[in-house]
Write a protein that binds this ligand. Sequence first.
Ligand SMILES: [Zn+2]
Length: 205
Amino acid sequence: MITELNSVRDVWKKMPTVRHAGLFLENAIWGDNRFCPHCGSLSSRPLRGASVRPGLYQCSEKECRGQFTVTTRTPLHATKLDLRIWIAAMFLVLTSSKGISWVVMSRILGVNQKTEWKLAHAIREMMDDRQGVAGRLSGVVEVDEAFVGGKPTFRHGVKNKRGRGTGKPSALVAAGRNGQARAVLIPNTQGRTMKPIMEDRIDPA
Ligand SMILES: [Zn+2]
């Protein structure tokens, strides 16, 4: 995780190639639950071959078969930046308790202002979840689980499962009466998985 890093220099030391950075992000974002960003399926396989860039996966669902990498459909996908710049930027944001100006950050990372603006925008988008941890939901909070991904297409003779057992990742959704809401991907819907996540995001009172 990003907490294993002690300095910006560490990013390049621990990730000598962009593929190392890709693996770092795969571990941080997916862990043991690689999911297809197109349909949410947990079933996919790595694509191999001379012409295939490493880190490319294909969904195993018959009705999807989508190809993806760890950054597909995330804010990181919008730029063609070296993933290590991204990781360094996230490291700087996470370790600057009083915040860091984007101008200073662009100088440390050596990127131009236009790139810097895109970086800043995307990181802010990704950080929304982290701010959610800081500001816990309070008062009356309703919690439910949801399964992420589209409806499976009809296949003759195949009864599509609903809810649990679809192989789709679950999300824990918590909503306060004041209209604030938090959503977080969870590996399963067992109580012992959900309890610490809820305690993190909801005021125990
Ligand atoms: Zn898929």
